[in-house]
Design a protein around this ligand. Structure first.
Ligand code: NAD
Length: 361
């Protein structure tokens, strides 16, 4: 298969971790007989330094022409970097918002996985985390409260603020379809999270999700109220496979789920549109405090590349091989500094990348 990938190394540790993810993809290509072409584009601070803007139209066109985009991370030290003296629409993060909009990325996927070997990093008690957990939060990214009409007015001398939460059935249907499709590649369970006891938008959400579920009889569907879900995530995280939810609930629940894994350097993410196209990136930022030191953990980015193989290219066997290689390296006791524990062998970013690539078979 021919894989046409655009890479955004970005800022801080971005170039170091993307290099390791490319190493893993190259190994996949040579073991499984695929052909990968890469094109690097600039975004964030790296683009500001060269072009004066965080993302150019040419870079967007390159991204649109690709099958998928692999990103490191963008941004610098927000207190010290000159990038943050620029107006908000010229700062590094504006590039990220612009590319998400240009590529119509409405579905955000964040897996939260607790690896047996890293169980000590999990803040939950032993009997709660049991044999680990492996869930994926599917969050609607372009609708709901964050994109609704808003205003602040003063009425009779009293300030009043209004935010509107709107969802159309089409917006709900397209993310629900993604959720069920992805559940089919996992453990065939969707937990749809809403606040249907209070909100009209949630009642519509629930009704449309029920309609979509009819096309996926092989996938089990349950509904859960968002307040209960927040509790269940720390009470019994292993019960979840795919959590499907709207923008604001997903924003909050995905951070909660990440926290219970305890290891930010391990968490991948993807943002998809209504085709197979996606942008894949680690959940963490550009870590300017450790940039250029070859100590960053490249695993979140390598696992993002694995998600790319699975969700943009339907190369599930290859994605499984990458995931297995990550588990093997952890089992053998290799750790980067951020996940180091007693009795393990500490390695740097490039060595961790090399060890993982070597084990892809
Ligand atoms: P951060 O995630 O970059 O760093 C938080 C802490 O985690 C730091 O101590 C860092 O060293 C550590 N860390 C993060 N990733 C790591 C890794 N792979 N290996 C080892 N340690 C790691 O968050 P921050 O410091 O709040 O933000 C730094 C910059 O990143 C800011 O400019 C912010 O805007 C940007 N940011 C970008 C994205 C993105 O590109 N999608 C996301 C979040 C933050």
């Amino acid at each position: 298969m021919k894989l046409n990938i655009v890479c955004i190394p970005g800022d801080g540790i971005g170039p170091e971790i993307v290099k390791q993810a490319k190493g893993a993809l190259d190994r996949v290509a040579s073991v499984y007989g695929h052909e990968i072409t890469y094109k690097d584009i600039l975004m964030g601070g790296a683009s500001i330094d060269v072009h004066g803007v965080p993302l150019t139209e040419e870079a967007i066109a390159d991204a649109k022409a690709a099958d998928a985009v692999l990103m490191g991370s963008i941004g610098g030290d927000t207190t010290k970097s000159p990038w943050y003296k620029l107006p908000p629409d010229k700062r590094p993060e504006a590039g990220l918002l612009k590319i998400r909009k240009a590529l119509n990325l409405f579905a955000n996927l964040r897996p939260a996985v607790l690896y047996e070997e890293l169980a000590d990093a999990c803040p939950l008690r032993g009997e709660v985390r049991r044999g680990g957990f492996d869930m994926l939060i599917m969050r609607e990214l372009t609708g709901g409260l964050y994109f609704g009409e808003r205003r602040t007015v003063t009425e009779n001398g009293v300030r009043k603020a209004v935010d509107t939460l709107t969802y159309s059935e089409d917006e709900i249907r397209r993310i629900a379809v993604k959720g069920f499709e992805i559940a089919r590649k996992r453990r065939q369970k969707v937990t749809s999270v809403d606040k249907a006891n209070v909100l009209d938008s949630s009642r519509l959400w629930r009704a449309v999700v029920e309609e979509v579920a009819k096309d996926y009889p092989d996938v089990a569907l349950e509904h859960m109220l968002v307040d209960n879900c927040a509790m269940q995530l720390v009470k019994d995280p292993a019960q979840f496979d795919v959590i499907l939810t709207e923008n604001m609930f997903g924003d909050i629940l995905s951070d909660e789920a990440s926290m219970v894994t305890g290891s930010i350097g391990m968490l991948a993410s993807a943002s998809l549109n209504d085709t197979k196209f996606g942008l894949y990136e680690p959940s963490h930022g550009s870590a300017p405090d450790i940039a250029g030191m070859d100590i960053a953990n490249p695993i979140a980015t390598i696992l993002s590349a694995s998600m790319m193989l699975r969700y943009s290219f339907d190369l599930d066997k290859e994605a499984d091989a990458v995931d297995r290689a990550v588990k093997a390296v952890l089992k053998e006791g290799y750790r980067t500094g951020d996940i180091m524990s007693d009795g393990c062998t500490q390695v740097g970013c490039s060595e961790m990348g090399r060890l993982i690539a070597e084990r892809i078979s």
